[in-house]
Design a protein around this ligand. Structure first.
Ligand code: FES
Length: 172
């Protein structure tokens, strides 16, 4: 017999009537189609925003699969999350090329600025920090972007400075 989650947090989608209806609709649509686990999980992630542990147990029961199988799929693919993400997600690649290019320093800076670590979301629900493996962009692209932004910032500061100087010359 399959296990059910003993304590389900009150805010879990599993306990929310509207969200539970969405979960059931997705399961009803695909439960008779063999090999549809990925489709079901993909739809749940898209519709609910995450797949909580209680949802994983529920999905396993409804699909007649071991909870370990559902959990294995959810934890293997970085697209799936077990907690709600913020409105925006910032992913830092910790693949080899980025790692040797000091991505850890950029991650440290992001942690200081946002006050959260990887896998966490800011209190206002705006930003989630995540780590990933090879996003195929490399930290060099990030560096290029940061350098370009810093140059724009510096140019803007220079413009403001020169306008202030001109104003003070006029007023004197
Ligand atoms: S190693 Fe970071 S993008 Fe590929």
């Amino acid at each position: 017999m399959l296990k059910t989650a003993k304590i389900i947090p009150i805010e879990d989608p599993h306990n929310n009537e509207e969200k539970r209806a969405v979960i059931d609709r997705i399961l009803d649509e695909y439960k008779h189609i063999s090999g549809s686990t990925m489709v079901v999980l993909n739809q749940l992630q898209g519709a609910i925003g995450h797949i909580s542990p209680a949802m994983q147990v529920y999905v396993a029961n409804r699909l007649g699969q071991p909870v370990s199988h559902i959990h294995g799929v959810v934890s293997f693919y970085s697209f799936f999350t077990t907690k709600p993400r913020g409105k925006h997600t910032i992913k830092f690649c910790v693949g080899t090329a980025c790692y040797v290019s000091s991505i850890d320093q950029i991650i440290e800076k992001a942690k200081q600025v946002l006050g959260i670590g990887p896998g966490e979301t800011t209190e206002d629900g705006l930003i989630t920090l995540e780590l990933c493996r090879c996003a195929v962009v490399s930290v060099l692209a990030v560096r290029h972007l940061l350098l370009s932004l810093m140059k724009k910032f510096k140019d803007a500061c220079n413009r403001i400075d020169s306008q202030d100087i001109q104003k003070s010359e006029v007023s004197n």
